[in-house]
Design a protein around this ligand. Structure first.
Ligand SMILES: CCCCCCCCCCCCCCCC(=O)SCCNC(=O)CCNC(=O)[C@H](O)C(C)(C)COP(=O)(O)OP(=O)(O)OC[C@H]1O[C@@H](n2cnc3c(N)ncnc32)[C@H](O)[C@@H]1OP(=O)(O)O
Length: 236
């Protein structure tokens, strides 16, 4: 938590409630694409969802303001669309250090479908982008995706445990070359998706232009104290 978060108890309560909402929405998304309920039931569900949206929809933060629950200087982004526990778009991937890289497991439902019964290729690119970025972070580097390419060697089945890996291959100056793979957890040696990416730490003037107006939940901005803290919020 950052020092300006105030009392820890309400924040813990907010984290619990927000995580609960994320989990409930994740279930809702999956059920919404897999349900065989009739039209009346689906329409009634839509009304319920709109009522829920109205209940919390009036209080909104601007895009330049980080959520109260985030602490990017410690890598906590609860609404990240791949790893964020509170973002229903995220499986979420739980990325952990493993050897000289990072690893995560995922079992994807029908909300991620591309070809019938298989994962959408764009989803694989999204997950690889995040995994490559996490590998950079785990190696003490950071950068924005400058180039990302994938080879799809075999389709990824839905509802089947997958294993995702990434590692930094080389780095020099502001550039890091990072690779990643996706395979079935039951056959980890048979690579189905291969990714290669170039991550570049933006030059200082670009960092300032991109992130200079970002504030924490109390409206305060603090300049980065280390390369990974483009939106660092700890007081200098
Ligand atoms: C245990 C786990 C812990 C984990 C703990 C941390 C977790 C943390 C996870 C976060 C994971 C987020 C993962 C998602 C990451 C995004 O989604 S980032 C969003 C998508 N990317 C973007 O929007 C970037 C858009 N592009 C840009 O803004 C600019 O092109 C860049 C990338 C900032 C580079 O601009 P710049 O700083 O002016 O760099 P520039 O001087 O042009 O180029 C520098 C060098 O890179 C080369 N380069 C630049 N672009 C390219 C290119 N496209 N192709 C080839 N070479 C290039 C240049 O040729 C140059 O090479 P050298 O001449 O130095 O050899």
């Amino acid at each position: 938590m950052t020092e300006n978060d105030g009392d820890a108890a309400p924040l813990a309560e907010l984290m619990t409630a927000t995580t609960e909402l994320g989990a409930a929405l994740r279930e809702l998304i999956e059920v919404s694409v897999i349900t065989t309920a009739d039209a009346g039931e689906v329409a009634a569900a839509a009304d319920l969802v709109r009522a829920a949206t109205a209940r919390i929809g009036d209080a909104r933060r601007p895009v330049s303001q980080l959520p109260r629950l985030d602490d990017p200087s410690e890598g906590r982004r609860v609404f990240n669309p791949v790893t964020g526990i509170a973002n229903p778009m995220a499986p979420p991937l739980v990325v952990r250090a493993d050897g000289d890289g990072v690893v995560a497991e995922a079992t994807l439902g029908l909300a991620y479908e591309g070809p019938p019964s298989f994962v959408h290729g764009g989803m694989s690119a999204l997950f690889m982008d995040q995994m490559l970025g996490s590998a950079a972070g785990a190696a003490g580097l950071w950068g924005m995706t400058a180039h990302l390419e994938l080879d799809y060697r075999g389709p990824l089945p839905l509802q089947t445990p997958l294993v995702l890996r990434a590692r930094v291959e080389s780095h020099e100056g502001r550039k890091a070359h990072i690779s990643g793979t996706i395979a079935l957890a039951s056959a980890p040696e048979k690579i189905l998706v291969e990714a290669r990416g170039l991550f570049v730490m933006p030059r200082p003037e670009k960092q300032a232009a991109y992130f200079g107006a970002i504030t924490d939940a109390s409206g305060r901005h603090a300049p980065p104290r280390r390369p990974g803290d483009a939106t660092a919020l700890r007081p200098a």
